[in-house]
Design a protein around this ligand. Structure first.
Ligand code: IMP
Length: 204
């Protein structure tokens, strides 16, 4: 039987992308729309762990994810505050804040997987540059201003399949898929229940 997992997110774009990434690996993804608490934290890993902790009892493998855009010219801002920066500054505000500073940037995603009492974290990263103006209509969020390294098109100008192949989210979810048994063996669901205090983690 194909491994199945539940992704809890209020972002339908993330669910769509994760499904497209996992389907070719034989992992079926169910979605549950729920806004999870995002504590003030220094790292995406801490946020992903907090999201997993807030889930309560769920049977079978459950996934959450947290992503951020890290701008070299702004010393890593917005990073873990990316959702806030997107809501308050928007793309134009962020471009203005960056002004003539260095345009190197990276996207990062951390996927948290909880299966019974075990927790695993998987990270993915995409390096690139911030464009001078928003371009393209695909994707979501900061995609119109992010040019992956080695090309001149923004993520919003690339076909969705191309974004998923190279993206931070693609890397993190494919690593999670290996753990879920998408490419090697199957993960048996553990007993339901919130994670215990001591957790094992594996960040790749
Ligand atoms: P969060 O993981 O929901 O906290 O996302 C942080 C912010 O980054 C949100 O405003 C998202 O829209 C944006 N974001 C997350 N992933 C991506 C992506 O793959 N492309 C562009 N923007 C993204």
């Amino acid at each position: 039987m194909a491994p199945t997992a539940l992704l809890v997110t209020s972002n339908r774009h993330k669910l769509e992308e994760a499904r497209a990434i996992l389907a070719p690996l034989g992992v079926r993804l169910r979605g549950r729309s729920r806004r999870l608490p995002e504590p003030q934290a220094d790292t995406l890993e801490e946020v992903a762990r907090a999201k997993l902790r807030s889930l309560g009892a769920i049977r079978g493998p459950v996934l959450v994810e947290d992503s951020g855009l890290f701008l070299e010219g702004l010393h890593g801002f917005p990073g873990v505050y990316s959702a806030y920066a997107f809501r308050t500054l928007g793309l134009d505000g962020l471009l203005r804040a960056l002004a003539d500073r260095p345009r190197e940037a990276r996207f990062r995603t951390v996927v948290g997987l909880r299966n019974g009492s075990r927790i695993h974290l998987f990270a993915g990263e995409l390096a690139g540059r911030i464009s001078r103006e928003p371009r393209g209509s695909g994707g979501f969020g900061f995609d119109p201003i992010f040019e992956p390294r080695g090309g001149s098109r923004t993520l919003a100008e690339l076909p969705p399949g191309t974004k998923n192949r190279i993206s931070h989210r693609g890397l993190a979810f494919r690593a999670a898929a290996r753990r879920l048994g998408g490419t090697s063996g199957e993960l048996r669901p553990g007993p339901p229940g919130p994670a215990p205090r001591r957790r094992r983690s594996a960040t790749h």
